[in-house]
Design a protein. Structure first.
Length: 461
């Protein structure tokens, strides 16, 4: 067997081994050599969600924080691959420098084009996850090695394909993977330029190979450093543009983007969601009496209560100076009322020490649901604001909902699970009213067939 044929056979076997180690374990229900990807809903720090909002990608499109969106990655790889394949084919055909191996070169380029079509056009975006980087790196290095062998080994002008592969990979993969690709490319280059048989490598070839490999390693290092700093700067910019610096919650820009995504998701799935609008009671009086430093401490404490009370899929944001909002995906009104009451109670239990005493804040909350209380983000925010101010007018430190037609239900308040609603604080002074400072659950309400607590005509919940 000819040396070139032997090298091609070994390359095919090596690539099949790599592909098998990456693709077969998940199909057999076993853990593969690559870490499983996570979506933004599973990311504890929410950084993938932040990037999704800023870049306009869906949350599931971002496999990890700092990652390049799959759509952008596929687009760049397609452009670079096809430009290289077409340019190389033209050069080989016009120059006629490698007539003996020209058919094999064209076959190799055709195989490379077929691989690009399958991976970047036929397969769904993100179908292979992180395995795509491993497969493409392995195939690209093999392709470059065979191209160098077919175009004169140490005299081949195609060594630059190795730095192109490694340098490009450094922008999208971790430094460890980049180092592995650089090592594999160096080994492949040595194999490609080694003369067939037992003949030794001429000193000039050794010098050229040494310089080329040194340049390859240095380029990989520079690309890794640049990519690392770029990711850090990108993460910092995303955080500054999506996170409220005082409370650590999302800001209103991010929140509205999340609401729009949730409305679109609900329209597809038919499952609704709820939204909480909250206003910290008497923050101005706290600032006037104790100063803005302690007012900020109260805001931070309330923000921590809101953040810790929700789920990972919830989106909590600071809406304004003393206003907060929480988006609750796939949550019915009963669940929203339960969470709202939990937040209200924990805020009421909050103590902020100041000058031998303590500030005891309270919060007023309005609850709305999609699509009953609005089908657009503007409609939802208007009804949520109305609901929250109803809590304010009723004496603050309570949870309210927007009014709906009274279907005549009477009796004790119940949730859709049939349990009685608890009442926190003193009993209301009059029917439909609550004593100032109390935090009653919905009063004189019954559930509809959908499980939503009814509101009476007097606007009490």
């Amino acid at each position: 067997m000819e040396p070139v044929q032997t090298l091609i056979l070994l390359a095919v076997i090596a690539n099949l081994a790599v592909m098998g180690s990456v693709l077969l374990p998940p199909l057999l229900g076993r853990s593969g050599p690559l870490p499983a990807t996570t979506t933004a809903r599973d990311a504890g720090d929410g950084r993938a969600a932040e990037m999704a909002a800023v870049l306009g990608e869906t949350q599931a499109d971002l496999a990890e924080p700092g990652a390049v969106p799959p759509g952008a990655y596929d687009r760049v790889v397609r452009i670079v691959s096809w430009v290289f394949i077409l340019a190389t084919s033209t050069i080989v055909a016009l120059t006629g420098l490698w007539r003996d191996t020209q058919p094999a070169i064209f076959a190799l380029l055709a195989a490379a084009g077929l691989f690009v079509v399958v991976v970047h056009d036929l397969l769904p975006t993100g179908a292979l996850g992180t395995a795509k980087f491993v497969l493409e790196g392995s195939v690209a290095i093999t392709f470059a090695t065979l191209l160098i062998v077919l175009t004169g080994r140490d005299a081949s002008p195609f060594f630059f394909t190795f730095p192109l592969i490694v340098g490009g990979a450094a922008l999208v993969v971790s430094p460890r993977v980049t180092f592995g690709l650089a090592a594999a490319a160096s080994l492949a280059y040595i194999v490609a330029i080694a003369p067939p048989g037992s003949a030794g490598i001429p000193p000039q070839t050794v010098a050229v190979a040494g310089i080329n490999l040194t340049a390859l390693v240095l380029l990989a290092y520079v690309a890794m450093v640049i990519a690392r700093e770029q990711r850090r700067a990108r993460d910092a910019a995303i955080r500054l543009s999506t996170i409220d610096p005082l409370t650590g919650l999302f800001n209103r820009t991010f929140f509205f983007a999340a609401v729009e995504r949730e409305i679109a998701r609900s329209a597809r799935s038919g499952r609704g969601f709820c939204l909480l609008m909250m206003d910290l009671d008497e923050l101005k009086q706290i600032n006037d009496r104790h100063g803005h430093f302690f007012g900020d401490r109260v805001l931070r404490g309330v923000g921590e209560v809101i953040r810790s009370g929700g789920r990972r899929i919830d989106t909590a944001a600071r809406y304004g100076g003393d206003e907060f909002v929480v988006l609750l995906p796939e949550t019915d009104p009963t669940g929203a009322y339960v969470l709202a009451e939990k937040i209200r109670q924990e805020v009421a239990d909050l103590r902020v020490p100041v000058a031998g005493s303590a500030i005891q804040p309270s919060i007023s909350i309005g609850v709305v649901s999609y699509p009953d209380d609005g089908r657009t983000s503007d409609e939802l925010m208007i009804t949520a604001d109305t609901s929250m101010y109803r809590s304010k007018r009723a004496g603050r430190n309570r949870v309210s909902g927007v009014p709906v037609p009274d279907l005549g239900g009477v009796g004790d308040p119940v949730f859709d699970n049939g349990t009685a609603a608890s009442t926190a604080g003193p009993v209301a002074a009059a029917a439909g009213q609550a004593a100032p400072g109390t935090t009653p659950a919905p009063a004189k309400a019954a559930t509809t067939r959908t499980g939503r607590p009814r509101k009476r005509a007097d606007n009490s919940v």
